[in-house]
Ligand binder design. Structure first.
Ligand code: IMP
Length: 174
């Protein structure tokens, strides 16, 4: 049935292991620094809270709210509905996002944040479909590559549902 959760692609256990290994790499790369984690509401919230707890460097959190429009409602034009609370000028900033597909959303955000003159700016995405890219963006840390099928869970929604599933699963769109 349409909207029904299907096969589990990434289990809770696989998510935990991946978050730990990403956090190890990031903690090493930013040793001696304070890391500014910027997350896009709402999907990235689940990933960033897990990641932040696994990091060993000091972190600060801030959030961006966006709404995106596009021909297939998967992104395209981006409008900020919530800006960052504080300036990131001179900070070491890591954008933490749940998924990158065409790169339109993240590309827009990356350019926007770069203009605010952080000391450094990198991107960490949990899920990626690199073969769908329209806008090239530098991804420094990546969790899993996904097939070209709609997924839900671990932050990803279908009409605001299923974000809280502790795993990533296919969604029946028929
Ligand atoms: P973009 O194409 O890289 O700009 O991605 C736009 C947005 O589409 C992402 O931030 C997600 O919110 C959403 N999105 C892309 N693929 C999926 C999916 O499989 N499930 C749920 N949301 C998705």
């Amino acid at each position: 049935m349409a909207g029904e959760v299907g096969e589990v692609l990434i289990t809770e256990r696989q998510i935990r292991a991946k978050v730990r290994s990403l956090a190890r790499r990031i903690s090493k790369d930013y040793e001696g620094k304070e890391l500014w984690l910027i997350t896009i509401l709402k999907g990235g919230v689940f990933f960033v809270t897990d990641l932040a707890r696994a990091l060993t460097v000091p972190v600060a959190l801030d959030f961006l709210g966006i709404s995106s429009y596009g021909p297939d409602s998967r992104g395209g034009e981006v409008r900020f509905t919530k800006d960052l609370d504080t300036s990131i000028r001179g900070r070491d900033v890591l954008i933490v996002e749940d998924i990158v597909d065409t790169g339109l959303t993240l590309g827009y955000i990356y350019r926007n944040l770069l203009n605010r003159e952080p000391a450094s700016l990198r991107i960490c995405v949990f899920l990626d479909r690199p073969y769908r890219r329209i806008v090239e963006i530098p991804i420094h840390y990546r969790g899993f590559e996904l097939p070209d099928q709609f997924v839900v869970g671990y932050g990803l929604d279908w009409h605001q549902r299923y974000r809280n599933l502790p795993y990533v699963a296919l969604l029946n769109e028929e």
